[in-house]
Write a protein that binds this ligand. Structure first.
Ligand code: TXE
Length: 495
């Protein structure tokens, strides 16, 4: 690699490489070429970051700041992200290959999280409790947890970090971030803005490196109060088990196998676009991918053909170009996993209606591309319908009536999201009530907001990000009892 750009960690307000002296190369998914390096941290680096975060939580300016001042810092960080949105989006694209148009949109939207949670910082209220004891005044305080470890994946590094960072800081915690080894650069670039915004040293720290090396050290460290994780379900389960041994607070967001359900009474043109945006946007690398398209049998042929026709027109190419509609897969191992699942689908008997391989165009040869791929007549028991692929692979599953649609939709260990396409308002409400998913979209798909709680039912996760409820997962409650009586009652019995 000729002159790679080097990014450093932020620990205790200082830029640091790593105690190992090693660097980790990161590649551009469109060219396959390594373009940057980040420190390959080890145990010592992880411990330093956590100790810094713990010091910043326990002493110094951060715990003394008023909640209003904390909120102002968050809003300042939001302003700086808005100012540098284009620069950060370009780093994201180089590192993870998603479309510049999508990343720029995300980066321009992310400040809203810092404004929203910055505004919430001084509205975290306890309560005055009624008391059944004479002359006792009692109230609750809402307090931060302590050091939060935020572990993030490679598909939307800054967005998924923001969903953790904004509420964690608004609540008064300090944070150690462990970005994915594949896409650490944008997180490290963000640290310059954390410094510029004026957060005290040690309030936000980063540790880069391999998840299996530094992850367990961070998760099990005695000074860590909470782990907020987004990633795959196997890693999530390991993180959960390890955190349990040390009784840490945990929130998990673990992806899904979301049903996108098209009823015969739907506006078919809209539903077809919804199906495409559910699976081919971001090359299917989203936890909310509508990877199971459930279509009522009477419109099955029409919908399948229209989805295939529209997907066929998708322009694959350089993710930096405005004309590109589908970019590469972020990592080579993930590209290989997607291709393996295409084999799994074929072997399972699904009919390939489109794609099913790497594209042949010479200009795409170096990138980790997979053609938009559609399988028809999929049975919900096939592996392709049960396991998360995390790529541009759609399974179309026919159903006969509403009951069957609901039963197929819920026949999955996951429960992150679902889409319903119908013109019947009563059906929309009926099905919404019965689908076991943390987010349900009616006649739309893949919409998120800082205001709307987001998280999984079943094995898609624990806890909620976004919306006012998100801050609850970064707080704990203290009950305070004040005795206003002149005397102290019998000390040998429970009061
Ligand atoms: O994720 P990992 P991977 C799914 C998707 C994908 C699969 C595997 O199906 O194919 O997960 O992706 C850190 N202790 N999703 O392997 O391993 C790691 O460094 C602590 C869905 O890339 O879950 C990274 O920072 N941390 C998902 C983070 O965990 C560990 C988004 C996520 O990586 C660790 C991405 C350990 N032992 C993939 N091992 C979604 N929910 O959107 C790794 N990590």
């Amino acid at each position: 690699m000729s002159n790679p750009e080097r990014f450093q960690n932020l620990v205790d307000g200082q830029y640091r490489t790593s105690s190992t002296g090693r660097w980790l190369a990161t590649a551009n998914p469109f060219t396959g070429a390594e373009w940057a390096e980040v420190p390959q941290c080890g145990a010592e680096d992880a411990a330093l970051a956590i100790e810094a975060a713990h010091r910043a939580f326990s002493s110094g300016p951060w715990p003394k700041l008023s909640a209003t001042s904390r909120g102002k810092l968050l809003r300042r960080l939001g302003d700086l992200i808005a100012r540098d949105a284009e620069k950060l989006a370009a780093i994201e694209v180089r590192d993870n290959g998603k479309l510049y148009a999508e990343m720029l949109g995300q980066l321009r939207y992310l400040p809203e999280w810092f404004y929203y949670f910055g505004g919430l910082a001084d509205k975290i209220e306890g309560g005055v409790l009624p008391s059944d004891k004479p002359q006792i005044f009692s109230y609750t305080k809402r307090e931060p947890l302590g050091v939060v470890v935020a572990i993030t994946p490679w598909n939307s590094p800054l967005m998924l970090l923001t969903w953790k960072l904004a509420p964690a800081l608004a609540a008064g915690n300090t944070v150690v971030i462990k970005p994915s080894e594949f896409t650490s650069c944008s997180t490290l670039a963000l640290m310059a803005l954390v410094k510029e915004a004026g957060f005290p040293d040690g309030v936000v720290n980063t540790v880069t490196g391999f998840g299996h090396e530094v992850g367990p050290i961070l998760v099990s460290h005695p000074l860590v109060a909470k782990v907020a994780f987004t990633g795959g379900d196997a890693t999530g389960a390991a993180v959960y088990a390890q955190a349990a041994k040390h009784i840490k607070h945990v929130t998990l967001e673990l992806g899904g196998k979301s049903p996108n359900i098209v009823f015969a009474d739907a506006n078919i043109e809209h539903a077809v676009k919804g199906a495409i945006s559910g699976i081919f946007a971001a090359s299917g690398q989203t936890c909310i991918a509508g990877s199971r398209l459930l279509v009522q049998r009477s419109v099955y042929q029409e919908v399948s053909e229209k989805v295939v026709d529209l997907a066929r027109t998708a322009k694959l190419g350089d993710p930096m170009l405005e004309s590109t509609q589908v970019g590469p897969i972020t990592t080579q191992p993930q590209r290989d996993k997607v291709l393996q699942y295409i084999d799994v689908a074929r072997e399972g008997g699904a009919e390939c209606l489109l794609g099913g391989k790497r594209p042949e165009a010479a200009e795409l040869a170096n990138g980790w591309f997979v053609e938009p791929t559609i399988f028809g007549d999929v049975n919900n028991q096939m592996r392709i319908a049960r396991e998360e692929v995390f790529g541009p692979v759609l399974s179309i599953i026919p159903f006969d009536d509403e009951d069957e649609a609901i039963s197929i939709a819920n026949d999955t260990p996951y429960g992150l999201a679902a889409g319903i396409w119908t013109s019947d308002i009563r059906r929309a409400f009926r099905v919404t009530d019965q689908v076991r998913a943390g987010t349900v979209w009616v006649n739309t798909y893949r919409a998120v907001s800082f205001m709307a709680p987001f998280g999984g039912y079943k094995q898609s996760g624990i806890g909620r990000e976004n919306g006012q409820v998100a801050i609850e997962d970064y707080l704990q409650t203290k009950s305070v009892w004040v005795n206003l009586a002149e005397d102290v009652p019998n000390p040998f019995v429970l009061r």
